[in-house]
Design a protein around this ligand. Structure first.
Ligand code: PMV
Length: 323
């Protein structure tokens, strides 16, 4: 290993949480404070190539064709190196087919792809649960992107207990997400990592959020098992608003929404009132992702595209796991 190049390429899709992860129980191990539940999306993917190269003095990262800061990747690769018993530095070339770091979950697909490519290039053969645990160290949501379709993250008190696993549901082939980009997908002002820590430290509503999530997870899992899209959609929308309420109440406030974010929410309400399947969710950015069906997706896309301030709207089906 030390005298030659070893390389591997992986692809992973982003995921959008229907029950959000917002806050940590352990910053060092990156253990989430609660579980979460998500849908992996085919339309948002990252491809990453990792090459361990004995000629390198330091890790190098290229993101979307440009040299990028290596700090977070380096810390992640240190975990892989420790496990593989190597010291070789790596070149990481990664590209997203969607806007990076703007609340579109690029850290989820990014660290899932990095976990698969780096572990393989280092000669490790990790199973999906081990990959999920490894990906979690890069980004909590990345643990879920190891899997396709619906995935459930377990919070866990110890490193080995905090992983995601896939959940089967009769809804899988029927669901679609319409991703409405607000404000052109410009990079967000505040990372989710920083914002969730600030919410946990200062928001008087954070305790309520922690109490809510286990109940919401139960409702979501029941809805998935029963194939009840209405119950799942209503729950997902309410859960996202509760997460943002806790962030709004942080001191000072964290507000990711823009005027067009609210305008899309109004449009989603109108669509629903006219019988269209449509429920909104929002992450650490201004964009709105609308949970809908294969039958209604084109109508949702056409409607949200017309909202002032929406610069693009993409339809996605469920995506596959990292490979
Ligand atoms: O995995 P992170 O640190 O990027 O945090 C993800 C936070 C949310 O996207 C807002 C919620 C979630 O569960 O994906």
């Amino acid at each position: 290993m030390s005298s030659k190049l070893t390389t591997a390429t992986a692809r992973a899709c982003a995921n959008i949480a229907l029950v959000k992860y917002w806050g940590k129980r352990d910053a060092l191990l990156n253990l989430p404070a609660t579980g979460s539940l998500s849908l992996t999306l085919a339309a948002l993917s990252t491809q990453t190539t990792v090459t361990f190269d004995p000629a390198l003095a330091a890790d190098e990262v290229e993101l979307d064709g440009r040299v990028a800061p290596a700090h977070r990747v380096e810390r992640f690769l240190d975990l892989v190196r420790a496990r593989a018993g190597i010291a070789t530095r790596a070149r990481v070339v990664t590209a997203n087919d969607f806007p990076t770091a703007s609340g579109l979950a690029s850290s989820a697909s990014g660290f899932a792809a990095l976990a698969v490519a780096a572990s393989r290039a280092a000669g490790l053969a990790l199973d999906p649960r081990e990959l999920s645990i490894l990906a979690r160290h890069g980004s909590g949501s990345a643990a879920r992107s190891i899997f396709g379709g619906f995935a459930r993250m377990h919070s866990g008190d110890r490193d080995e207990d905090a992983y995601a696993e896939p959940i089967a549901s009769p809804l899988l082939d029927r669901v679609r997400m319409v991703i409405a980009i607000v404000g052109g997908g410009a990079p967000k002002a505040r990372t989710s990592r920083d914002a969730m820590d600030h919410t946990a430290a200062t928001s008087p509503l954070y305790r309520g959020w922690l109490e809510l999530v286990p109940h919401d997870l139960e409702i979501a899992e029941r809805a998935l098992a029963a194939g009840d899209l209405v119950a799942l959609g209503e729950l997902a929308e309410a859960n996202a608003f509760a997460m943002h309420a806790s962030a709004f109440a942080a001191r000072p406030a964290i507000i990711y929404w823009q005027p067009a974010t609210l305008a899309v929410l109004e449009e989603v309400n109108r669509l629903r009132a006219s019988g269209v399947a449509a429920w909104a969710t929002i992450d650490a950015g201004p964009h709105v992702k609308v949970l809908t069906t294969a039958a209604d997706a084109a109508r949702v896309q056409a409607a949200v595209r017309l909202v002032d301030g929406v610069t693009a709207a993409t339809i996605s089906a469920a995506g596959a796991g990292a490979s």
